[in-house]
Design a binder for this molecule. Structure first.
Ligand SMILES: C[S@@+](CC[C@H](N)C(=O)[O-])C[C@H]1O[C@@H](n2cnc3c(N)ncnc32)[C@H](O)[C@@H]1O
Length: 346
């Protein structure tokens, strides 16, 4: 009765009142027990890794066990998981995995933020990462051989190739006047293999990114082509800071994973408003089926907003606000990345 009286929707609901009700002494005791159990489990996982390292087991065996144990623990512990992350990051075994130059780049964040374009170059195996890989210890090289074959990395390479195919097929269909906008373009590696770009079928390919170093690299790599690298941000797009015109294809990959639903919807609406009739908007997101999520969030300190098919559809539908448009949600081959496309009506 007491609970109904205070949380009945009429009384003032303050955090203190909710805590009093939800965290009753009995509930608090059980939450404390869950936390102790979760902490004990993470300690066990890390101790097993430490023992395997000491026994000089094969690095692939050690990392694969850790990845799958952290994934299971993340799933099992729900809201408690967030508090376990520092326990993993501060454990001595983290140093072993940081010998992998890809994992270390992610953890140290030399560019000051997560998921920069150089990090993705480790996944692509791009020559720009050759020096760091050459400088890695033999263990680091072996671990990198494993992490670059992780399902999420395989999906990122497939994503790059899928983007190239979209660009080329839109350019084939629309001819030499084709205009493309890439939001959060990074180093625009998908353009390296674009037949349409090399055959001069694209009139203008705007590659927008907020990192001046990445913009500089795109300017250098694509000098003399239709690529126009622009130093700009999602915020700039949303506040109409640029006059970019309209496009046949607009896409964003490696960006929505960092955007809340609210910003994702606003950006989708903005991009739809910049499409020509029959233009296509595509966005990609890591899916909730990523098996190395626990390793990424702890050892790599790389947190992403993972989305399901339903989450993607919600963003698309909220963006369309009841307007009719052809829309599609689909997964890549190993289901680690999910895609949404919207076609603007003629
Ligand atoms: C994971 S990388 C993806 C790069 C590229 N799209 C790819 O698929 O390889 C993310 C990129 O998003 C850019 N980025 C992140 N937040 C951004 C924002 N708010 N506005 C513009 N670019 C952003 C970063 O600078 C980085 O280059």
């Amino acid at each position: 009765m007491h609970r109904i009286a205070t949380l009945d929707g009429h009384s003032l609901i303050t955090p203190a009142a909710v805590n009093r009700e939800v965290l009753s002494p009995a509930n608090a005791r059980s939450a404390e027990a869950d936390r102790s159990m979760a902490e004990a489990e993470v300690a066990l996982i890390l101790n097993i890794a430490a023992r395997q390292i000491q026994e000089q087991r094969a690095p692939a065996q050690i990392i694969s066990r850790l990845i799958s144990s952290l994934h299971d623990l993340r799933e099992k512990t729900g809201a408690l998981w967030r508090d376990l992350i520092p326990l993993v990051q501060n454990h001595p075994v983290a140093a072993y995995f940081h010998e992998d130059p890809f994992t270390r780049w992610s953890f140290e964040k030399p560019r000051g933020y997560s998921g920069d374009a150089h990090l993705i170059d480790f996944i692509y195996g791009h020559p720009s990462t050759a020096d760091e890989i050459a400088r890695a210890t033999p263990l680091g090289k072996t671990l990198y051989g494993y992490t670059r074959q992780a399902p999420s990395a395989v999906a990122v390479r497939e994503r790059r190739d899928l983007l190239t195919r979209y660009v080329d097929s839109v350019a084939d269909e629309r001819g030499t006047g084709t205009e493309i906008l890439t939001v959060a373009a990074g180093h625009l590696r998908e353009a390296d293999r674009s037949a349409a770009l090399h055959q001069g079928k694209i009139q203008r390919w705007v590659a927008l990114d907020q990192d001046p170093q990445s913009v500089g690299s795109t300017v250098r790599d694509f000098q003399g082509t239709a690529v126009d690298a622009v130093d700009g941000s999602v915020r700039g797009l949303l506040t109409n800071a640029y006059s970019l015109g309209t496009f046949d294809l607009i896409y964003a990959a490696g960006l929505y994973d960092y955007l809340t639903d609210k910003v994702a919807v606003r950006l989708t609406q903005k991009c739809l408003s910049m499409l020509k009739p029959n233009g296509i908007f595509l966005f990609a997101n890591f899916s909730t089926e990523v098996p190395d999520d626990g390793y990424m969030e702890t050892i790599m300190n790389w947190t992403l907003l993972l989305r399901s098919h339903a989450d993607m559809l919600n963003i698309v539908d909220a963006s369309l606000e009841g307007e009719r448009a052809e829309r599609q949600i689909f997964f890549g081959e190993n289901r680690n990345i999910v895609y949404a496309t919207i076609k603007k009506p003629a």
